[in-house]
Design a protein around this ligand. Structure first.
Ligand code: HEM
Length: 488
Protein backbone atom coordinates (compact mmCIF):
# COMPACT_ATOMS: atom_id res chain seq x y z
CA UNK A 1 0.00 0.00 0.00
CA UNK A 2 2.79 2.38 1.02
CA UNK A 3 4.66 1.55 -2.19
CA UNK A 4 1.56 2.42 -4.26
CA UNK A 5 1.11 5.82 -2.56
CA UNK A 6 4.84 6.60 -2.94
CA UNK A 7 4.67 5.73 -6.66
CA UNK A 8 1.55 7.86 -7.07
CA UNK A 9 3.26 10.76 -5.30
CA UNK A 10 6.32 10.39 -7.56
CA UNK A 11 4.09 10.32 -10.64
CA UNK A 12 2.27 13.49 -9.51
CA UNK A 13 5.60 15.23 -8.88
CA UNK A 14 6.86 14.29 -12.35
CA UNK A 15 3.63 15.63 -13.92
CA UNK A 16 3.99 18.94 -12.04
CA UNK A 17 7.66 19.28 -13.07
CA UNK A 18 6.86 18.44 -16.69
CA UNK A 19 3.96 20.89 -16.72
CA UNK A 20 6.10 23.68 -15.28
CA UNK A 21 8.96 22.90 -17.71
CA UNK A 22 6.43 22.98 -20.56
CA UNK A 23 4.96 26.24 -19.31
CA UNK A 24 8.39 27.88 -19.05
CA UNK A 25 9.34 26.57 -22.52
CA UNK A 26 6.05 27.89 -23.81
CA UNK A 27 6.62 31.33 -22.22
CA UNK A 28 10.20 31.41 -23.51
CA UNK A 29 8.80 30.91 -26.97
CA UNK A 30 7.01 34.26 -26.67
CA UNK A 31 9.75 36.13 -24.85
CA UNK A 32 12.33 38.16 -26.77
CA UNK A 33 15.26 36.02 -28.01
CA UNK A 34 18.45 35.59 -26.03
CA UNK A 35 21.27 33.22 -25.13
CA UNK A 36 20.24 29.84 -23.62
CA UNK A 37 20.66 29.93 -19.83
CA UNK A 38 22.45 27.30 -17.72
CA UNK A 39 20.55 25.97 -14.67
CA UNK A 40 21.09 28.27 -11.65
CA UNK A 41 23.91 30.23 -13.33
CA UNK A 42 21.73 31.59 -16.13
CA UNK A 43 23.92 33.53 -18.58
CA UNK A 44 26.31 34.68 -15.88
CA UNK A 45 29.36 33.05 -17.47
CA UNK A 46 28.70 34.94 -20.73
CA UNK A 47 28.87 38.31 -18.97
CA UNK A 48 31.99 40.25 -18.05
CA UNK A 49 31.55 40.77 -14.30
CA UNK A 50 33.67 43.94 -14.37
CA UNK A 51 31.59 45.52 -17.14
CA UNK A 52 28.10 44.02 -17.32
CA UNK A 53 26.79 46.90 -19.42
CA UNK A 54 29.39 46.25 -22.12
CA UNK A 55 28.45 42.53 -22.20
CA UNK A 56 24.79 43.44 -22.62
CA UNK A 57 25.63 45.81 -25.48
CA UNK A 58 27.49 42.92 -27.15
CA UNK A 59 24.44 40.65 -26.82
CA UNK A 60 22.40 43.32 -28.58
CA UNK A 61 24.62 42.91 -31.66
CA UNK A 62 23.53 39.27 -31.84
CA UNK A 63 19.89 39.38 -30.65
CA UNK A 64 18.67 42.86 -31.59
CA UNK A 65 17.40 45.79 -29.49
CA UNK A 66 15.05 43.73 -27.28
CA UNK A 67 16.40 40.49 -25.82
CA UNK A 68 16.21 38.22 -22.77
CA UNK A 69 19.10 37.28 -20.45
CA UNK A 70 19.22 35.34 -17.21
CA UNK A 71 21.23 36.87 -14.38
CA UNK A 72 21.54 33.85 -12.10
CA UNK A 73 18.02 32.48 -12.00
CA UNK A 74 16.44 35.89 -12.73
CA UNK A 75 15.00 36.46 -16.19
CA UNK A 76 15.55 40.00 -17.51
CA UNK A 77 14.27 41.64 -20.67
CA UNK A 78 16.83 44.21 -21.89
CA UNK A 79 15.78 47.24 -23.96
CA UNK A 80 18.35 48.96 -26.18
CA UNK A 81 18.27 52.17 -28.21
CA UNK A 82 16.00 55.20 -28.00
CA UNK A 83 13.07 53.69 -29.93
CA UNK A 84 12.69 50.53 -27.81
CA UNK A 85 13.19 52.38 -24.51
CA UNK A 86 10.67 55.07 -25.47
CA UNK A 87 8.08 52.57 -26.76
CA UNK A 88 8.24 50.75 -23.42
CA UNK A 89 8.64 53.49 -20.79
CA UNK A 90 6.56 56.20 -22.50
CA UNK A 91 4.09 54.53 -24.90
CA UNK A 92 3.33 51.64 -22.49
CA UNK A 93 4.08 53.61 -19.35
CA UNK A 94 1.64 51.83 -17.02
CA UNK A 95 2.76 48.30 -17.90
CA UNK A 96 6.47 49.14 -17.52
CA UNK A 97 6.07 51.11 -14.28
CA UNK A 98 6.91 48.32 -11.81
CA UNK A 99 10.15 48.54 -9.85
CA UNK A 100 12.55 45.60 -9.78
CA UNK A 101 14.68 45.08 -6.70
CA UNK A 102 18.47 45.34 -6.55
CA UNK A 103 19.33 42.37 -4.29
CA UNK A 104 22.29 44.20 -2.73
CA UNK A 105 19.74 46.76 -1.46
CA UNK A 106 16.77 44.51 -0.73
CA UNK A 107 17.97 43.67 2.77
CA UNK A 108 18.25 47.40 3.60
CA UNK A 109 14.99 48.61 2.10
CA UNK A 110 12.68 45.60 2.14
CA UNK A 111 10.58 47.26 -0.61
CA UNK A 112 9.95 50.35 1.55
CA UNK A 113 10.69 53.95 0.53
CA UNK A 114 9.71 55.54 -2.77
CA UNK A 115 12.53 54.14 -4.94
CA UNK A 116 11.96 50.42 -4.26
CA UNK A 117 8.22 50.40 -3.49
CA UNK A 118 5.52 49.11 -5.81
CA UNK A 119 1.73 49.36 -6.19
CA UNK A 120 -0.27 51.59 -3.88
CA UNK A 121 2.71 52.16 -1.55
CA UNK A 122 4.77 53.60 -4.40
CA UNK A 123 1.88 55.72 -5.75
CA UNK A 124 1.28 57.37 -2.36
CA UNK A 125 4.96 57.90 -1.56
CA UNK A 126 5.72 59.30 -5.02
CA UNK A 127 2.79 61.74 -4.94
CA UNK A 128 3.75 62.88 -1.44
CA UNK A 129 7.46 63.29 -2.24
CA UNK A 130 6.79 65.25 -5.43
CA UNK A 131 4.32 67.59 -3.73
CA UNK A 132 6.62 68.17 -0.76
CA UNK A 133 9.66 68.92 -2.94
CA UNK A 134 7.54 71.30 -5.00
CA UNK A 135 6.15 73.07 -1.92
CA UNK A 136 9.61 73.70 -0.54
CA UNK A 137 10.55 75.20 -3.87
CA UNK A 138 7.81 77.76 -3.41
CA UNK A 139 8.27 78.49 0.29
CA UNK A 140 9.65 81.67 1.79
CA UNK A 141 13.22 80.55 1.38
CA UNK A 142 13.07 78.83 -1.96
CA UNK A 143 15.25 75.93 -2.98
CA UNK A 144 16.88 78.24 -5.51
CA UNK A 145 18.09 80.57 -2.74
CA UNK A 146 19.34 77.60 -0.72
CA UNK A 147 21.36 76.33 -3.67
CA UNK A 148 22.77 79.82 -4.35
CA UNK A 149 23.91 80.07 -0.71
CA UNK A 150 25.46 76.62 -0.74
CA UNK A 151 27.25 77.35 -4.01
CA UNK A 152 28.84 80.41 -2.34
CA UNK A 153 29.90 78.21 0.62
CA UNK A 154 31.48 75.82 -1.87
CA UNK A 155 33.33 78.67 -3.59
CA UNK A 156 34.71 79.83 -0.20
CA UNK A 157 35.88 76.31 0.52
CA UNK A 158 37.51 76.01 -2.89
CA UNK A 159 39.22 79.37 -2.35
CA UNK A 160 41.24 77.75 0.42
CA UNK A 161 43.08 75.56 -2.08
CA UNK A 162 45.05 78.68 -3.20
CA UNK A 163 45.71 77.30 -6.67
CA UNK A 164 47.24 74.04 -5.40
CA UNK A 165 46.13 70.76 -7.05
CA UNK A 166 43.35 68.88 -5.20
CA UNK A 167 40.74 66.18 -5.80
CA UNK A 168 37.26 67.86 -5.77
CA UNK A 169 35.39 64.66 -4.93
CA UNK A 170 34.48 65.32 -1.28
CA UNK A 171 33.98 69.11 -1.61
CA UNK A 172 31.37 68.54 -4.29
CA UNK A 173 29.52 65.73 -2.58
CA UNK A 174 29.38 67.68 0.70
CA UNK A 175 27.92 70.73 -1.03
CA UNK A 176 25.30 68.68 -2.90
CA UNK A 177 24.50 66.61 0.17
CA UNK A 178 23.81 69.85 2.07
CA UNK A 179 20.96 70.65 -0.36
CA UNK A 180 19.24 67.36 0.47
CA UNK A 181 19.98 67.96 4.17
CA UNK A 182 18.21 71.34 3.96
CA UNK A 183 15.19 69.72 2.33
CA UNK A 184 14.85 66.67 4.57
CA UNK A 185 16.26 67.94 7.91
CA UNK A 186 15.85 71.70 7.47
CA UNK A 187 19.53 72.55 8.03
CA UNK A 188 22.92 72.39 6.34
CA UNK A 189 26.07 71.11 7.99
CA UNK A 190 29.48 72.70 8.29
CA UNK A 191 31.98 71.01 5.96
CA UNK A 192 34.18 70.23 9.02
CA UNK A 193 31.33 68.56 10.97
CA UNK A 194 32.55 65.05 11.87
CA UNK A 195 29.10 63.44 11.62
CA UNK A 196 28.51 65.01 8.22
CA UNK A 197 31.90 63.86 6.94
CA UNK A 198 31.13 60.32 8.11
CA UNK A 199 27.65 60.37 6.52
CA UNK A 200 29.09 61.38 3.15
CA UNK A 201 31.82 58.76 3.31
CA UNK A 202 29.16 56.13 4.03
CA UNK A 203 27.05 57.20 1.03
CA UNK A 204 30.18 57.21 -1.14
CA UNK A 205 31.18 53.70 -0.06
CA UNK A 206 27.62 52.39 -0.40
CA UNK A 207 27.42 53.59 -4.00
CA UNK A 208 30.62 51.75 -4.87
CA UNK A 209 29.88 48.42 -3.20
CA UNK A 210 27.12 47.17 -5.48
CA UNK A 211 28.85 43.97 -6.55
CA UNK A 212 27.27 42.34 -9.66
CA UNK A 213 28.09 38.86 -8.34
CA UNK A 214 26.00 39.56 -5.24
CA UNK A 215 23.08 40.75 -7.34
CA UNK A 216 23.10 37.53 -9.37
CA UNK A 217 23.47 35.12 -6.43
CA UNK A 218 22.23 36.94 -3.31
CA UNK A 219 21.04 33.77 -1.53
CA UNK A 220 24.46 32.09 -1.61
CA UNK A 221 26.61 35.19 -1.03
CA UNK A 222 24.54 36.31 1.92
CA UNK A 223 25.75 33.23 3.83
CA UNK A 224 29.43 33.66 2.93
CA UNK A 225 31.56 36.25 4.79
CA UNK A 226 33.47 38.75 2.66
CA UNK A 227 33.73 42.34 1.37
CA UNK A 228 30.24 42.18 -0.17
CA UNK A 229 28.82 42.79 3.33
CA UNK A 230 30.51 46.22 3.62
CA UNK A 231 27.73 47.97 1.67
CA UNK A 232 25.02 46.70 3.94
CA UNK A 233 26.95 47.81 7.05
CA UNK A 234 27.16 51.32 5.55
CA UNK A 235 23.40 51.29 4.97
CA UNK A 236 22.75 50.33 8.59
CA UNK A 237 24.85 53.27 9.80
CA UNK A 238 23.06 55.69 7.45
CA UNK A 239 19.71 54.35 8.68
CA UNK A 240 20.76 54.90 12.34
CA UNK A 241 21.81 58.49 11.55
CA UNK A 242 18.45 59.21 9.87
CA UNK A 243 16.41 57.50 12.62
CA UNK A 244 18.17 59.58 15.28
CA UNK A 245 17.38 62.80 13.40
CA UNK A 246 13.74 61.78 13.01
CA UNK A 247 13.45 61.19 16.76
CA UNK A 248 14.88 64.65 17.46
CA UNK A 249 12.46 66.31 15.03
CA UNK A 250 9.50 64.34 16.40
CA UNK A 251 10.16 65.82 19.83
CA UNK A 252 9.93 69.43 18.61
CA UNK A 253 7.42 69.05 15.76
CA UNK A 254 4.80 71.78 15.29
CA UNK A 255 2.07 70.04 13.29
CA UNK A 256 0.79 73.35 11.95
CA UNK A 257 4.13 74.57 10.66
CA UNK A 258 6.16 71.69 9.19
CA UNK A 259 9.61 72.98 8.17
CA UNK A 260 11.03 70.21 6.03
CA UNK A 261 10.41 66.81 4.38
CA UNK A 262 10.59 64.83 7.65
CA UNK A 263 8.22 67.24 9.44
CA UNK A 264 5.72 66.97 6.57
CA UNK A 265 5.88 63.18 6.62
CA UNK A 266 5.42 63.08 10.42
CA UNK A 267 2.42 65.40 10.07
CA UNK A 268 0.96 63.10 7.41
CA UNK A 269 1.52 60.08 9.72
CA UNK A 270 -0.41 61.88 12.43
CA UNK A 271 -3.23 62.73 10.00
CA UNK A 272 -3.50 59.12 8.83
CA UNK A 273 -3.03 57.36 12.16
CA UNK A 274 -6.60 55.98 12.15
CA UNK A 275 -6.18 54.54 8.65
CA UNK A 276 -5.19 50.85 9.04
CA UNK A 277 -3.83 50.63 5.49
CA UNK A 278 -1.82 53.86 5.54
CA UNK A 279 1.58 53.86 3.82
CA UNK A 280 2.75 56.77 5.99
CA UNK A 281 4.70 54.60 8.42
CA UNK A 282 8.03 55.10 10.20
CA UNK A 283 9.68 52.50 7.95
CA UNK A 284 8.58 54.33 4.80
CA UNK A 285 9.75 57.65 6.29
CA UNK A 286 13.23 56.34 7.12
CA UNK A 287 13.61 54.60 3.76
CA UNK A 288 12.26 57.50 1.67
CA UNK A 289 14.67 59.87 3.45
CA UNK A 290 17.51 57.43 2.77
CA UNK A 291 16.35 57.26 -0.88
CA UNK A 292 16.46 61.04 -1.28
CA UNK A 293 19.97 61.17 0.19
CA UNK A 294 21.27 58.37 -1.92
CA UNK A 295 19.54 59.30 -5.16
CA UNK A 296 20.15 63.01 -4.71
CA UNK A 297 23.78 63.25 -3.55
CA UNK A 298 25.93 60.92 -5.63
CA UNK A 299 24.10 61.56 -8.90
CA UNK A 300 24.46 65.36 -8.97
CA UNK A 301 27.97 65.44 -7.52
CA UNK A 302 29.21 62.73 -9.92
CA UNK A 303 27.77 64.71 -12.86
CA UNK A 304 29.50 67.91 -11.71
CA UNK A 305 32.78 66.08 -11.14
CA UNK A 306 32.54 64.53 -14.61
CA UNK A 307 31.67 67.97 -16.01
CA UNK A 308 34.74 69.65 -14.51
CA UNK A 309 36.99 66.85 -15.79
CA UNK A 310 35.51 67.28 -19.28
CA UNK A 311 36.28 71.02 -19.13
CA UNK A 312 39.90 70.24 -18.23
CA UNK A 313 40.09 68.00 -21.27
CA UNK A 314 38.36 70.57 -23.53
CA UNK A 315 39.66 74.03 -22.48
CA UNK A 316 37.99 75.66 -25.51
CA UNK A 317 34.55 74.68 -24.11
CA UNK A 318 35.45 76.24 -20.76
CA UNK A 319 36.55 79.40 -22.54
CA UNK A 320 33.17 79.77 -24.27
CA UNK A 321 31.31 79.23 -21.00
CA UNK A 322 33.43 81.91 -19.31
CA UNK A 323 32.56 84.32 -22.12
CA UNK A 324 28.84 83.55 -21.81
CA UNK A 325 28.91 83.97 -18.02
CA UNK A 326 30.68 87.34 -18.38
CA UNK A 327 28.20 88.52 -21.03
CA UNK A 328 24.98 87.41 -19.31
CA UNK A 329 25.67 87.33 -15.55
CA UNK A 330 28.85 89.36 -15.13
CA UNK A 331 31.19 88.91 -12.12
CA UNK A 332 29.18 90.67 -9.39
CA UNK A 333 25.80 89.01 -8.86
CA UNK A 334 25.03 85.33 -8.18
CA UNK A 335 23.74 83.23 -11.09
CA UNK A 336 19.98 82.55 -11.04
CA UNK A 337 17.83 79.87 -12.68
CA UNK A 338 16.41 82.52 -15.00
CA UNK A 339 19.85 83.06 -16.56
CA UNK A 340 19.77 79.60 -18.08
CA UNK A 341 17.34 80.67 -20.82
CA UNK A 342 19.80 83.33 -21.96
CA UNK A 343 22.84 81.03 -21.89
CA UNK A 344 22.35 78.49 -24.69
CA UNK A 345 26.00 77.42 -24.88
CA UNK A 346 26.21 76.66 -21.14
CA UNK A 347 22.83 74.91 -21.30
CA UNK A 348 23.97 72.81 -24.28
CA UNK A 349 27.23 71.93 -22.48
CA UNK A 350 25.37 70.78 -19.36
CA UNK A 351 23.10 68.58 -21.51
CA UNK A 352 26.11 67.16 -23.32
CA UNK A 353 27.86 66.49 -19.99
CA UNK A 354 24.82 64.51 -18.85
CA UNK A 355 24.56 62.60 -22.14
CA UNK A 356 28.28 61.86 -22.35
CA UNK A 357 28.82 60.96 -18.68
CA UNK A 358 25.74 58.68 -18.73
CA UNK A 359 26.08 58.11 -15.01
CA UNK A 360 23.23 55.56 -14.67
CA UNK A 361 23.77 53.46 -17.80
CA UNK A 362 21.21 50.82 -16.81
CA UNK A 363 18.80 53.20 -15.09
CA UNK A 364 17.18 51.30 -12.20
CA UNK A 365 15.47 47.94 -12.79
CA UNK A 366 11.84 47.99 -13.83
CA UNK A 367 9.28 45.17 -13.90
CA UNK A 368 6.10 44.77 -15.94
CA UNK A 369 3.01 45.18 -13.80
CA UNK A 370 0.92 42.72 -15.88
CA UNK A 371 1.39 40.29 -18.79
CA UNK A 372 2.54 42.69 -21.49
CA UNK A 373 2.55 42.47 -25.28
CA UNK A 374 5.57 44.34 -26.61
CA UNK A 375 6.84 44.30 -30.20
CA UNK A 376 5.07 40.96 -30.79
CA UNK A 377 6.52 39.31 -27.65
CA UNK A 378 4.65 38.42 -24.48
CA UNK A 379 6.46 39.48 -21.30
CA UNK A 380 4.93 37.78 -18.24
CA UNK A 381 3.86 39.93 -15.25
CA UNK A 382 6.73 40.55 -12.81
CA UNK A 383 9.50 40.03 -15.40
CA UNK A 384 12.47 42.33 -14.83
CA UNK A 385 13.19 44.95 -17.49
CA UNK A 386 16.48 46.85 -17.86
CA UNK A 387 16.15 49.97 -20.03
CA UNK A 388 19.78 50.56 -21.08
CA UNK A 389 20.04 54.35 -21.01
CA UNK A 390 23.62 54.14 -22.30
CA UNK A 391 22.28 52.75 -25.58
CA UNK A 392 20.00 55.81 -25.80
CA UNK A 393 22.83 58.27 -25.12
CA UNK A 394 25.19 56.57 -27.56
CA UNK A 395 22.53 55.59 -30.12
CA UNK A 396 24.11 55.82 -33.58
CA UNK A 397 20.70 56.33 -35.19
CA UNK A 398 20.03 59.38 -33.03
CA UNK A 399 23.43 60.99 -32.48
CA UNK A 400 26.18 61.78 -34.96
CA UNK A 401 29.52 60.54 -33.56
CA UNK A 402 28.08 59.82 -30.10
CA UNK A 403 31.53 58.95 -28.65
CA UNK A 404 32.66 62.57 -29.17
CA UNK A 405 31.98 65.30 -26.60
CA UNK A 406 30.23 68.02 -28.60
CA UNK A 407 27.92 70.61 -26.96
CA UNK A 408 27.03 71.76 -30.51
CA UNK A 409 24.68 68.78 -30.91
CA UNK A 410 22.35 70.63 -28.52
CA UNK A 411 22.56 73.89 -30.51
CA UNK A 412 20.69 74.99 -33.61
CA UNK A 413 22.47 76.66 -36.52
CA UNK A 414 21.71 80.09 -35.12
CA UNK A 415 23.07 79.21 -31.70
CA UNK A 416 19.78 78.56 -29.86
CA UNK A 417 19.37 75.60 -27.53
CA UNK A 418 18.07 72.56 -29.46
CA UNK A 419 16.39 69.57 -27.77
CA UNK A 420 17.42 66.00 -28.57
CA UNK A 421 15.02 63.08 -28.19
CA UNK A 422 17.68 60.58 -27.28
CA UNK A 423 18.56 62.34 -24.04
CA UNK A 424 17.20 60.44 -21.03
CA UNK A 425 19.59 60.80 -18.07
CA UNK A 426 16.55 60.99 -15.77
CA UNK A 427 14.85 58.10 -17.62
CA UNK A 428 11.24 58.53 -18.75
CA UNK A 429 7.68 57.46 -18.00
CA UNK A 430 5.98 56.94 -14.65
CA UNK A 431 9.16 55.99 -12.79
CA UNK A 432 11.26 58.84 -14.17
CA UNK A 433 13.51 60.57 -11.63
CA UNK A 434 11.41 62.62 -9.25
CA UNK A 435 14.32 64.92 -8.44
CA UNK A 436 14.86 66.03 -12.04
CA UNK A 437 13.80 69.67 -11.47
CA UNK A 438 15.98 69.96 -8.38
CA UNK A 439 18.93 68.25 -10.05
CA UNK A 440 18.81 70.53 -13.10
CA UNK A 441 18.69 73.59 -10.87
CA UNK A 442 21.64 72.36 -8.79
CA UNK A 443 23.72 71.50 -11.86
CA UNK A 444 23.23 74.92 -13.43
CA UNK A 445 23.76 76.99 -10.28
CA UNK A 446 26.79 75.10 -8.93
CA UNK A 447 28.41 74.89 -12.37
CA UNK A 448 28.03 78.58 -13.21
CA UNK A 449 28.89 79.83 -9.70
CA UNK A 450 32.20 77.91 -9.68
CA UNK A 451 33.05 78.98 -13.25
CA UNK A 452 32.13 82.59 -12.58
CA UNK A 453 34.82 82.71 -9.88
CA UNK A 454 37.49 80.33 -11.18
CA UNK A 455 39.31 79.12 -14.25
CA UNK A 456 39.87 75.36 -13.98
CA UNK A 457 43.30 73.99 -14.88
CA UNK A 458 44.76 70.51 -14.85
CA UNK A 459 48.24 69.93 -13.40
CA UNK A 460 48.79 67.44 -16.27
CA UNK A 461 48.41 68.06 -20.00
CA UNK A 462 44.80 67.61 -21.28
CA UNK A 463 45.97 64.77 -23.57
CA UNK A 464 46.92 62.75 -20.51
CA UNK A 465 43.43 62.96 -19.00
CA UNK A 466 41.07 60.07 -19.67
CA UNK A 467 37.31 60.54 -19.83
CA UNK A 468 36.67 56.77 -19.67
CA UNK A 469 34.51 55.84 -16.66
CA UNK A 470 36.08 54.16 -13.67
CA UNK A 471 33.20 51.85 -12.78
CA UNK A 472 30.81 50.77 -15.43
CA UNK A 473 28.12 48.68 -13.81
CA UNK A 474 25.26 50.15 -11.85
CA UNK A 475 26.88 53.60 -12.06
CA UNK A 476 29.60 55.27 -14.12
CA UNK A 477 31.99 57.55 -12.24
CA UNK A 478 34.87 59.61 -13.62
CA UNK A 479 38.43 58.55 -12.87
CA UNK A 480 39.96 60.41 -9.92
CA UNK A 481 41.77 63.56 -11.02
CA UNK A 482 43.47 66.66 -9.66
CA UNK A 483 42.19 70.15 -10.26
CA UNK A 484 43.85 73.60 -9.87
CA UNK A 485 41.77 76.76 -9.56
CA UNK A 486 42.83 80.21 -10.67
CA UNK A 487 40.79 83.16 -9.49
CA UNK A 488 39.17 85.06 -12.37
C1 HEM B 1 21.96 64.34 -12.16
C2 HEM B 1 21.17 63.92 -11.24
C3 HEM B 1 20.23 62.76 -11.31
C4 HEM B 1 20.13 61.76 -12.24
C5 HEM B 1 20.96 61.57 -13.50
C6 HEM B 1 19.05 60.89 -11.82
C7 HEM B 1 18.63 59.79 -12.53
C8 HEM B 1 17.62 58.93 -12.11
C9 HEM B 1 17.22 57.74 -12.82
C10 HEM B 1 17.82 57.25 -14.13
C11 HEM B 1 16.24 57.15 -12.10
C12 HEM B 1 15.53 55.84 -12.43
C13 HEM B 1 14.28 56.10 -13.22
C14 HEM B 1 13.61 54.83 -13.66
O1 HEM B 1 13.50 53.89 -12.89
O2 HEM B 1 13.17 54.76 -14.82
C15 HEM B 1 16.00 57.98 -10.95
C16 HEM B 1 15.04 57.73 -9.99
C17 HEM B 1 14.85 58.49 -8.86
N1 HEM B 1 15.53 59.65 -8.53
FE1 HEM B 1 16.96 60.57 -9.63
N2 HEM B 1 18.54 61.36 -10.65
C18 HEM B 1 19.22 62.50 -10.30
C19 HEM B 1 18.99 63.31 -9.19
C20 HEM B 1 18.04 63.08 -8.23
C21 HEM B 1 17.78 63.94 -7.10
C22 HEM B 1 18.47 65.27 -6.80
C23 HEM B 1 16.80 63.32 -6.36
C24 HEM B 1 16.19 63.76 -5.06
C25 HEM B 1 15.49 64.73 -4.80
C26 HEM B 1 16.43 62.10 -7.04
C27 HEM B 1 15.46 61.22 -6.62
C28 HEM B 1 15.05 60.09 -7.31
C29 HEM B 1 14.02 59.18 -6.84
C30 HEM B 1 13.27 59.29 -5.53
C31 HEM B 1 13.88 58.18 -7.84
C32 HEM B 1 12.92 57.00 -7.82
C33 HEM B 1 11.61 57.37 -8.53
C34 HEM B 1 10.59 56.24 -8.50
O3 HEM B 1 10.96 55.08 -8.34
O4 HEM B 1 9.39 56.56 -8.65
N3 HEM B 1 17.20 61.99 -8.17
N4 HEM B 1 16.85 59.06 -10.98
Amino acid sequence: MELVSASLLLLCLCCILLASAWKSRDQRGQLPPGPAPLPLLGNFLQLDRTNVIHSLEKLREKYGPVFTVHLGSRRVVVLCGYQAVKEALVDQAEEFSGRGQIPAFSKDFNEHGVVFANGERWRQLRRFSLTTLRNFGMGKRSIEERIQEEAQCLVEELWKTQGAPFDPIFNLSQAISNIICSIVFGNRFDYEDEKFITLNKLIFTRFRTLIPLYNAFPGILEKIPGPHHVGSKCSQEIISFISERIKLQQATLDLNAPQNFIDCFLAKMEQEKQNPSTEFSMENLVMSTFNLFFAGTETVSTTLRYGFLILLKHPQVQEKIHQEIDAVIGRERAPTVEDRGRMPYTDATLHEIQRFSDILPMSLPHTVTRDTRFRGYLIPEGTYVYPLLSTVHFDLEEHKTPEAFAPERFLSENGCFKKQNAFLPFSAGKRACLGEGLARMELFLFFTTVLQRFALRSPVAPEQLSLAPDVSNFGKVPQRYQLCLRQR
